[in-house]
Structures are given as C-alpha cells and as structure tokens.
Design a protein around this ligand. Structure first.
Ligand code: TGC
Ligand code: FAD
Length: 392
C-alpha cells in the first residue's frame, strides 16, 4: 500500500533548477510512477531485474544522459543527477543498472575509446540495444583495486586476458564488459579492455542469496585465455587513475540517487504518521518523538540536496574535484540509511513488510554504502584531502 509521491521540497529547491533540469526530473518521475512502482515489489521478491523497461529507458535518453553526441541526451550534470534521484526513488537496483551503463561503460568508451570503439558501441548502448558491465573489483581486491591480479598479455595483434572479477553489476546480461587489467609484458600498468561477452573463455555466474539490490543482476566474471583483438584496448586509458575517473562519474550519480531513496522513505513515513492513530485517537504525527524523526529527515534530505546541487554546478563548470564527490557520496548515503531506519521505526510493524517500500530501500542502501568506495574509504579520501596525509 504505497502512498502516491508528491515530491519533497522544503526550502524552494525547485526554484534553484532551470526548466531543462525540472523537465528531465519530471519525465523520469512519471516513468518510475507508471512503469516501475507497480512491479518493483514483485521484482524484489522474485530477485528479478525488470529488463522489459530497458527500451523505454533508452527512448527517454536515460543512458549516458550527460554525454554528448552518439544519440546521448547531452543533459547537464545537474539534470543527470535529478534523473538518478528519481530512478533511485523507485529502486537502487534500477539506478545501479543505469549508473553502470552510463558512468562505468559509456563514459570510459567516450573518454578513453578510439573513434571506431565510440562509433561501434555508444549508439547502441544509448538506446539499450546493447548492455554493458564494468569489471574492476576482484575477489581479493575490493577497496584496493590497485592490487588486481587480472592480467593481459600482448600476443601478436591480440591480447590474452586471464583473471576473476567479483560483484559485477549486470555481469551476466552484458554484451560488452569493460575489463581492467595489467599488461604483463608491457609496463604492468592498469589498462581498460572492451571484451565482448560471447568470446570463448568469458564466463559470468550470478550471485544468489542477496538480501540487497534484489532487482539488480550481480555476477562474478571469469576470464580464461580470452583473446581480444588489440583494437579492443581502450587507447586513452593508462594507470589506476582511469578506472577511478569512471568511479567519479558513478559516485556523483549515487550522491543524487540516494536522495531519492531517502525521499521515498520520508514521504511514506510522513503520510503514515498522519494517518495512523495511537493513544487518545490522535495521529502518531502529533507525538513529539515522531515529529523529531520527521524533522531530522527533512533537514538531512534538504542538506543533501544542497550539497549535491553545488557539486553538480561545480561539475557543470568543470571545477569539481574527486574529494567533493566523495563528500556527497559519503554523506548522502549515510543520510539515506538513517532516514530508512527512522522511517521504518515510524511505521512500526507495518514497516517490515513490502506493503511499503522502506525495508527494500533499507536493504538496498546497505550495498550502496559499500560499493563505489565504502563509507570508510570515502572518510579516508576526505581525510587525505584536508590533511595531505594518506591513511590507507
Ligand atoms: P592512489 O595512488 O591514491 O591513486 C592512483 C592514481 O589515481 C589518482 N586518483 C584519482 N583520479 C581520479 N579520480 C579519483 N577519485 C582518484 N583517486 C586517486 C591519483 O592521483 C593517482 O594518480 P597518478 O597520476 O599519481 O597515478 O591509489 P590507491 O591505490 O592508493 O587507491 C586509492 C583509493 C583507495 C582511493 C582507491 O583505490 C579507491 O577509490 N578505492 C575504492 C574502490 C572502489 O570504489 N571500487 C568501486 C568498484 S565499481 C562499483 O562498485 C560499481 S557499483 C555499481 C553502481 O555504481 O551502481
Ligand atoms: P573490502 O575492501 O574487503 O572492505 C571490507 C571492510 O574493510 C569495509 O568496511 C572497508 O571500509 C574496510 N576497509 C578496507 N580497507 C580499509 C582501510 N584502508 N582502512 C579502513 N577500513 C578499510 N565492483 C565492480 O568493479 N563493478 C561493479 O559493477 C560492482 N557492483 C557491485 C554491486 C554490488 C551489489 C556490490 C555489493 C558490490 C559491487 N562492486 C562492484 C564491488 C564494490 O565496489 C566493492 O564491494 C567495494 O569496493 C568494497 O570491496 P569489498 O567488498 O572487497 O570490501
């Protein structure tokens, strides 16, 4: 029994947006209301990614939305962020899928790819005709991807790749994987490769038993003597800095996305509190302790909106640095996790069922807190930024 969503705007945030930004947000909001909300709880129960929504998301320009040309929408970074917010108000799994397709697959091709790679892949990734995944994390190297063991070896006009990747969003549904590997017989630097997933030696196996991001596909990848032509190397990539640049794009989107999950939890809790009566036939919203929780939530959501908007304006002006994005990712995910817990509390027992979206958001946000750099890794990135001392 989800309540209809009316939007969350306490301090006239809308007035800080331009028409294009509001239009992008509202179009995505309508899509989520009409197409995702009616099916998301059953997708979550079944552990099913709603793949049938991909073509319409392509038509709406949601893939690679802040890139220009190749059929991409060319939105501002603020508009892109608002799209992420609306997607994640629906479900973090759908936002994850779009983050990976856009920030972790299309962005590296756009930024490090040859003209031929861009022409081949970007138009079909933009429509959703092709799907992608991003393989950086390995079973033994999560927070510390620089230690990766995946290797490429140059062999004539090809590279041969060997290694294991873990926790890869969309791994088993992808047509192309962006695989990060060190080239053994060159300078051992991290480089990016485009690996078509039907190549011999490439296997993806899904992670089962997840209590989080159940509407998203998460896979392990195995590469055993996978041969790719030398032109599949992303020529502009070089060093760990290259995948970290992709992570900046995705982390920026997460900073906005989780505001959507928090809004969904807050809005549900507010409407429930006004409706539910306990003691003297009064709504629980009349109790001071319930009001304290709602006041905390709306304050933190508002602060998160302002932080993401400023980071987005800086990104649009070409002035953002990775530590700014870390602050938004770290703060906003923490804020959303806390909102989900408080909102669940306000709903009492009803809060644990999937009649309401809160528990699903809460479970999803546990992954969001961990992926794209854990909360604590972003603490250390901020610590390094302000002290100049690395504590990793
Ligand atoms: P370090 O020596 O600090 O840096 C190596 C080079 O990279 C530069 N750099 C960055 N450049 C761009 N953006 C950033 N955010 C950067 N951070 C560092 C740095 O200046 C250096 O450049 P250069 O020119 O000197 O070579 O590297 P380190 O090995 O000490 O590691 C740093 C650390 C811990 C911050 C980094 O490894 C890290 O961020 N770890 C977290 C790993 C992570 O976030 N993985 C995410 C995997 S993908 C994913 O989770 C997808 S989830 C699905 C979804 O999005 O929905
Ligand atoms: P670890 O690195 O083992 O960390 C475990 C704990 O140790 C954490 O609390 C961490 O903060 C702490 N820790 C580690 N190092 C330090 C330190 N120096 N100081 C203090 N504390 C420390 N990866 C991809 O490449 N592509 C994807 O598409 C992708 N999708 C994902 C989807 C899901 C659902 C999940 C859960 C993960 C995904 N990941 C993906 C992987 C994700 O980025 C990693 O899980 C994350 O980087 C953390 O790595 P880890 O799980 O190995 O944890």
């Amino acid at each position: 029994m989800a309540f209809p969503f009316k939007g969350v705007d306490f301090i006239g945030f809308d007035a800080m947006l331009n028409d294009d930004e509001r239009m992008a947000r509202d179009a995505t909001r309508d899509f989520i209301e009409d197409k995702l909300i009616p099916i998301i709880e059953s997708c979550n129960r079944e552990g099913r990614f709603p793949r049938e929504l991909v073509p319409e998301m392509g038509m709406l320009g949601l893939f690679g939305a802040n890139l220009h040309g190749y059929g991409c929408a060319g939105m501002s970074n603020v508009a892109y962020g608002l799209v992420m917010q609306e997607l994640e108000r629906g479900d973090s799994g759908l936002r994850s899928f779009v983050s990976v397709q856009s920030a972790l697959v299309m962005y590296p091709i756009y930024t490090f790819g040859s003209d031929a790679q861009k022409d081949l892949w970007l138009p079909k990734l933009a429509t959703g005709e092709a799907l992608g995944c991003f393989g950086l994390t390995e079973p033994d190297f999560g927070s510390n991807p620089g230690g990766m063991r995946t290797r490429a070896v140059k062999d004539g006009d090809s590279y041969i790749l060997n290694g294991e990747k873990m926790w890869i969003t969309s791994g088993s549904i992808a047509d192309v994987a962006v695989i990060w590997a060190k080239i053994s017989n060159e300078d051992d630097r991290v480089r990016g490769f485009l690996v078509e997933t039907d190549r011999p030696g490439f296997k993806a196996h899904d992670v089962h038993g997840k209590w989080s991001l159940r509407a998203s596909v998460t896979s392990g990848l195995s590469l055993q003597d996978v041969r790719v032509p030398a032109e599949n190397l992303l020529p502009g990539s070089g060093g760990l800095k290259s995948p970290l640049m992709c992570l900046n794009q995705a982390r920026y989107g997460i900073g906005w996305g989780v505001i959507g999950a928090a809004m969904s939890c807050y809005d549900t809790a507010l409407q429930y509190a006004l409706d539910r009566k306990q003691f003297h036939d009064a709504p629980i919203a009349s109790h001071q302790l319930v009001q304290e929780k709602l006041a905390w939530m709306i304050t933190e959501i508002t602060k998160a909106q302002l932080l993401s908007l400023q980071v987005g304006r800086m990104k649009d002006a070409g002035k953002v640095e990775h530590q700014h994005i870390s602050m938004a990712k770290r703060n906003n995910v923490w804020m959303a996790v806390e909102c989900a817990r408080m909102a669940r509390d306000i709903l009492g027992g009803a809060g644990i069922t999937d009649d309401y979206p809160i528990m699903r958001h809460m479970m999803n946000l546990e992954s969001v807190k961990t992926y794209e750099g854990t909360h604590d890794i972003h603490t250390l990135i901020l610590g390094q930024s302000v002290t100049g001392i690395s504590a990793f």
